[in-house]
Design a protein. Structure first.
Length: 379
């Protein structure tokens, strides 16, 4: 090989980027090394790409999709920077960056620490959130200046590190402004995702030359203690929503907690003592609520009969008939369970009390013959 052939081999005459990174690369610098770009070299910019020429750290010309034969006519800025007044006939040096302008899907975001918010149902509450988003470059020059710098390869993982903190901040702002109760967040994922996307877009569009076409909220989770409270409330509703209602009151919830503690054989005396403590607290609250009002008020409505039951050797009560029915459904109150109510001389089996027969499927039977109907004679 002669000297002329060797020099000719060092000149770059085809400039292109065939992306083999499965779409994860955002910016790629053409590996020119020490080679110079040949006069009249061919530049190929494929769909969803842009090519940017940079001369000594200064952005020159930008090319969109197409095939170009490089000359002073399509390199006006580089021609000015190089001082080619009458065209160029010799090779030249310039860095060429290819930017992918296609959508990069499947990027993930999340809150590393729970966000402290005020909830109308639970008061102060900590929420965690995570989801996915899509990314696309809209301004190659701004992207090079603000994020890429002199990196030869800039991929989605690097830009994801930059955007993650912006998304986290926007999530906190959107959740705080909307003040959506934790129980209603699931129905508002689409709304929250769009609002977070819009909040992030206002920051990264003009600053980094990037766009987020889609941002999705996959899940917003609550702390374990709140999840447990929701599970217990759902369990009360499953036992009898018609009697407890959609939102059980405090007294019913305390009585349910006591029954649940007594029903767990593994909890032993500790569970019973805890349940009794909750019941005692409920009785104290009930006594305080029944204290005479400071101001004149109508007298309270007559209260239904309340019963005490002996469950696992413990005096449980007072229970209303509605709550006692739930205990009976759970098997904690049976026909042979001892009971007592005001006016009774002592403890007696629940199945012997006419007022409690309905708890065990009794109280029905066949009505007596209608007057005038001849009696049925024995066979």
């Amino acid at each position: 090989m002669g000297l002329f052939d060797k020099l000719k081999g060092e000149l770059v005459d085809i400039i292109e980027w065939i992306d083999d990174s499965n779409g994860s690369t955002l910016v790629w610098r053409f590996p020119r090394y020490q080679n110079e770009i040949k006069n009249g070299a061919q530049l190929t910019v494929r769909p969803s790409q842009a090519a940017v020429f940079v001369d000594q750290g200064r952005v020159a010309d930008v090319f969109k999709e197409g095939v170009y034969t490089l000359s002073t006519s399509n390199l006006p800025l580089l021609t000015t920077l190089k001082g080619w007044k009458h065209g160029f006939n010799s090779p030249f040096k310039s860095e060429v960056y290819f930017i992918s302008t296609k959508i990069i899907p499947g990027l993930k975001w999340g809150t590393p620490q729970p966000l402290m918010l005020r909830d109308p149902d639970f008061g102060a509450i900590r929420l965690g959130a995570f989801g996915t988003y899509q990314l696309r470059a809209t301004d190659p020059v701004l992207l090079l200046r603000q994020l890429v710098g002199t990196d030869g390869v800039y991929d989605a993982n690097e830009v994801n590190d930059v955007l993650r903190s912006i998304i986290q901040s926007s999530v906190a702002t959107v959740l705080g402004k909307n003040k959506i109760p934790a129980l209603d967040l699931l129905a508002n994922y689409e709304l929250l995702g769009e609002q977070v996307r819009a909040a992030v877009a206002t920051q990264i569009d003009d600053e980094y030359g990037l766009e987020i076409p889609v941002l999705k909220v996959v899940n917003i989770n609550v702390p374990e203690a709140v999840q447990k409270a929701l599970d217990e409330r759902a369990a009360m509703g499953a036992l009898g929503s018609s009697t407890l209602g959609p939102a059980p009151n405090m007294a019913a919830f305390q009585q349910f907690q006591l029954a649940n503690g007594l029903a767990q054989p593994g909890r032993g005396s500790a569970g019973v003592e805890l349940g009794m403590g909750v019941a005692l607290a409920g009785q104290m609250m009930n006594q305080v609520s029944q204290a005479p009002p400071m101001m004149a008020a109508p007298p309270p409505l007559p209260t239904a009969a309340q019963w005490f039951f002996g469950i696992n050797g413990q005096n449980v009560g007072p229970l209303t008939m509605d709550v006692a029915r739930q205990f009976a459904q759970m098997g904690q109150i049976r026909a042979d369970t001892l009971c007592w109510s005001q006016g009774m001389p002592g403890w007696a089996a629940a199945g012997q009390q006419p007022a409690l027969v309905t708890l065990f499927g009794g109280g029905g039977g066949t009505p007596p013959p209608f007057p005038g109907t001849p009696p049925t004679l024995p066979r």
